[in-house]
Design a protein around this ligand. Sequence first.
Ligand SMILES: [Zn+2]
Length: 278
Amino acid sequence: MLQRFPWLAAVSLFTLFTVLPAHGDSAANSRATAGLLLIIDDIGNNQRAGKRVIALPGPLNLAFLPHTPYSALLAEEAFQAGHGVMLHAPMANEQGARLGPGALVSGMDQASLQQTLSDSLAAIPHVQGMNNHMGSLLTQQADAMNWVMQVARQQGLFFVDSLTSPKSVALEQARAAGIPALERDVFLDNDTHPAALKRQFEQALQLAKQRGYAVLIGHPYPETLAFLAQELPALHAQNVRLTRVDQFLQQRLWLPLQPATQTPSRYLLRATGAQLEP
Ligand SMILES: [Zn+2]
């Protein structure tokens, strides 16, 4: 078993904490910095767009389509720049839209689904977790989601449900499997007009300030990238902090347990580029 998340050994505790209010919920914490978990999907086919995302203020979370021309190269660069690295796992959708390589589709048996997912994960260096690309059909299927979460658990990865169907069972299957998981709160750019981007972004910020965090998903569209280049540097003044998903989940797991004496984990050493223990 790979140990990307050494703290995954405590996942049974994670299940406990996910049913408790998130850190930052209480009135006493209402002035605490809010975390904006911004995920940019669909990276890997367009090198120039990928580099523009990496150059944005961060940390962001970049989700890479597997087996695309630039996914491995850009994942390496994203990691070096301090961003989070995720697999953007293509999953069957209700419209039958084309999914590209590494697709997980309805009717796959357990072995082929898990092998396909493992091959996709192996193609993304520094991968820490995954979310679903499309998936409005597959995320409704409990068996398929259970098989996905087994792979995530074996490899020490988190899962973010992109929530492309209101009937998704991905989050509940992730929690049943005991893996760290979240779901998308807001899509930034279903409509790329400036006013629509602003409205969606403000909705995510408001939620982050109220609840302590928000999960916002966008795409490397030119309009989105121009919007983010303008808005992200202003977050600090609003007491909102861009946050990596892995660090958020780790903090959520450990803060209630050992706030003062926590030693840097293998994971944080990886993230900062420091030397690993043998
Ligand atoms: Zn996508």
